[in-house]
Design a protein around this ligand. Sequence first.
Ligand code: FES
Length: 359
Amino acid sequence: MSVIPLSLARRLAPALWPLRRLCERGWLREADVDLCLRLLHPVLRVQRVFAQVEARRWVAEDMLALTLRCNGNQHGWRAGQHVQLYLQQDGVRHGRSYSLTAVGGDGRIELAIKRQPGGRLSNTLLDRLDVGQVLELAPAFGELQWPDDGRPVLLAAAGSGITPLLGLLREALAQGFSAPVTLLHQVRRQGQRAFVEELQALAERHTNLQLRWAISGEGGGRIEKEELDGLCGEHLIACGPRGFVERLQGWWERSGSLQVESFTPPEPLAVGESRTLSLRFARSGQQVTGTNQRSLLEQAEANGLRPAHGCRQGICASCTCTLLSGVVRDVRSGALFAEPHQPIRLCISAPHGDVEIDL
Ligand code: FES
């Protein structure tokens, strides 16, 4: 139930700055103010981003595009970035990152969600999220950018890696990009090719756009070096599972830029002998036995805590937490951090000895 329409709620958002100031100074409790605002419209909040589902559209046999309209608190989001989306299930708040395939000036955004075997949140969103429902979103993150020198671009995606690339492609073509651009999409089955009709319509309208698909599970094979070498493109933007983007990185020898993004976490560096140690989660008042072999995020979750997180690979910063004492190791580089009261990212930090964190 809403007292005012969403369009009015969005127009109200900039006028809420005095309330924001009072909350920031601690003179009002943000949760109390939000409780009052949501009586006017379920998306209305002082600072947090909430959005209402406006449309659902199947764009492949296992992928759904969701159009959402945000409450006016989202700023500077770009197509091709990712946002963490939250949903309450059985009293537990679950979150997962999805790519922005479109960002409109009117607060409308589009996200694409792929069905994941055993994926609790994704599958709930696909099967049970209705038009009109309200969701919370965290600030957008992600660095992929369309190159600005006007030279030919090659886009290579595997699976749901198509989604940020589609966001970038739509914007570049809408802004008049006229050099050759090739989109290469590797999927297991024909029916998993996403946004096919829209892409074909784009290719008819923009003769500089070439489309290629590799159907890896139906005898068509994966994208190989020879195929990549034969395609026009000075810049490569690739997104997919880690193995896919690493193969492309290894093959890329041209002078233009190379941007890659993977949605599978990096393999942690080997750290030698496994040790047990003590972990203290100060705010939760828990002291547990841990290991130097797993990230603090995994170990906190294994002990029943629910730290905020997004990408699980050190990009989005949503798992940032304060190190109170002890030494942690960056699992990607092996670097050690011991300065008390410094922010650390739980998903890429493993304890190096006994550790206390503000969680
Ligand atoms: S979850 Fe994104 S940086 Fe840790």
